[in-house]
Design a protein around this ligand. Structure first.
Ligand code: 3PG
Length: 214
């Protein structure tokens, strides 16, 4: 029997850039998913920040069955269970609470808890989470932060998100503990509003071309 979900670290290895998107219209969500996959993206996240998000997630799973699609902005166990019910294949949170992490563990679900400090890193680690979202990356100065904590927590790896732009992707990825960066620039709101899926495919192709240094 194969496991239902891939381990979080394997999911992170599918793409050095993880597009993070927010949709207001579930029909557009399916088209966005197709454009991302056409551009070579294998893993992306839809945030639970709009009433359309769960329907959007379902539409994306149907439109792009080959992709690995996560739900972001999971703030509590209720969000987690709703996202799993809509077909999320992993979850992401801007932070964490003991209740949320316990629910994730119970569900045996791949998950990136969000952290911003060393104490939060220690707490997540104690709860059994070694793949973490570093958020908001631009506010904390993620690149020197990652370099400073590497000797302290050699077992932790990060997806840095929040204000990351194409011009600083490689600087993040050249930190050995930064497996991935996430960002919303791949799916700009104006392209979504215009239904410009070709523009999203082009941005996806650029995002998919970023690789971590060997
Ligand atoms: C996140 O949830 O990490 C942010 O929404 C990323 O979005 P940004 O690339 O627009 O900062």
């Amino acid at each position: 029997m194969t496991a239902k979900y891939l381990p979080m670290r394997e999911i992170m290895a599918q793409g050095a850039v993880m597009p993070i998107l927010t949709v207001a219209d579930p029909v557009a969500a399916g088209d966005i998913a197709k454009a991302l996959v056409a551009g070579g993206i294998k893993v992306f996240e839809i945030t639970l920040r709009t009433p359309a998000a769960l329907k959007g997630l379902e539409a994306m799973r149907a439109a792009a069955p080959e992709a690995i699609i996560g739900a972001g902005t999971i703030l509590n166990a209720t969000d987690l269970h709703r996202a799993m019910g809509a077909g999320a294949q992993f979850g992401v949170s801007p932070g964490m609470t003991p209740e949320l992490l316990k629910a994730v563990r119970q569900a045996n679900f791949p998950f990136l808890p969000g952290i911003e400090t060393t104490s939060e890193a220690m707490f997540a680690r104690e709860m059994g989470f070694k793949e973490l979202k570093l958020f908001p990356a631009n506010v904390i100065g993620a690149i020197p932060w990652l370099a400073s904590i590497k000797p302290v927590f050699p077992d932790l790896v990060f997806c840095a998100t929040g204000g990351v732009k194409p011009g600083d992707v490689l600087a993040h990825l050249s930190q050995p503990n930064c497996l991935q960066v996430g960002g919303s620039w791949v799916t700009p709101a104006d392209a979504i509003a215009k239904g410009d899926w070709k523009a999203i495919e082009t941005l996806a192709r650029q995002a998919a071309s970023f690789k971590r240094p060997a």
